[in-house]
Ligand binder design. Sequence first.
Ligand code: HAM
Length: 421
Amino acid sequence: MTTIQRVTGMQDVLPEDRRYWDWIIATATDLSTRYGFQRIDLPIIEYTDLFSRGMGTASDVFVQKEMYTIEEPDGSSITLRPEFTAGVMRAYLQDGMASWPSPQKLFLIGPIFRRERPQAGRYRQHSQFNAEILGEMDPAADLEVMLLAMNLYRGLGYSNLTFQLNSTGCPVCKPGYIAELKSYLATHLDRLEDIDKERLAKNPLRVLDSKEQGMDELLAGAPHIVDYLCDDCQAHFDDLRAMLDALGQSYTVNFRLVRGIDYYTKTVFEVWAEGIGAQAALCGGGRYDGLSEAIGGPPTPGVGFGSGIERIVLGLQEMGIEPPEDEQATILIAHFGGATKETAVQLTYRLREANIAARLAFARGKRSMKSQMREANRNGAKFVLVIGESEVADDTVTVRPLEGGEQVTIPSAEIVEWLQG
Ligand code: HAM
């Protein structure tokens, strides 16, 4: 019989990696709270329509058939969330947040599902940290989510970070730009690979994102959206750039930055970390002022970003950055079975009651002291507390320090105070 394996594209987060996750989540939570964001949790499953209407059917997850969709016996169609943003807007509308003091600043942490081709930094279940501001048009809100992302990575020890920034216009100016882009590409059809011809037909903006050979040269001559913005989008973009400049925060205006989801309007951005392998984009986001109406709500602006936690971990590991050590060193309680084990068990729980991190050496019968010392060393223990027959008889504990120092035997009643001292 073969041993059952994990599902393709899924990941186990082992304790060694989980240390990074806990650190990242704690740092993101702390920073978001300081920026005035509140955490919200949403269901993992939503109606499929939320994503087809919210993200749009020209989005990558639709075009590439990446959604995990289930047809229910009652005829409804539900989907494992392929992103957070449409769900946040759904909750904002459904839970009446529009009537709460405006704007709502929310953050989310949790798993996301996309049936992508698995590769390094790209999985079928990944986890995102998102920050979203709903109900606010001010470009200072765009700035706030951008800097929250940037300062999260800086706080974790990343350097060599750049903002990639673009404006993707709005329903007033975007169609005119797309027409210009299409006519430019149509005059160079012979230079497009089949995949880009397909993109041109389905979602012409995605051609800008093409990694095919020769496209850098071809696209260098393509029209730039920032030259086609309407007055409103131009003013928004200028304001945002002026605030970034005033803060001395550098960025690259990248006219080829088009995101793979349809709802974006005005600002789009990513944070790239140079030199961390294939998946350089740590996060992506932007403004989605038309999303609410697409899912049946009143006009409601929004801006935010999503950041894959796996990718942050990979980058930190590649750079050799370690999470801070746990403060409490483990203490191992060693024994020789029988009555010594009974006393050792009682001592372990007494220490734990006193908030001392204690680890009991397990053994069905008698276990050698050498093996128990090895266990203590493997787990970075500072002390081994030995309970032997004489300790049971005298009601004492023998303390063996592992980081140097003399072995001492002290009355059992004083051990908590001794360890805390
Ligand atoms: P996205 O660019 O599709 O945007 O995903 C955001 C981030 O999630 C990416 O930058 C990457 O770090 C991570 N990510 C995406 N797919 C995978 C994957 N298959 N494996 C590992 N990591 C992945 C969104 O999802 C938008 N909802 C972001 C947003 C929020 N825009 C506005 N608000």
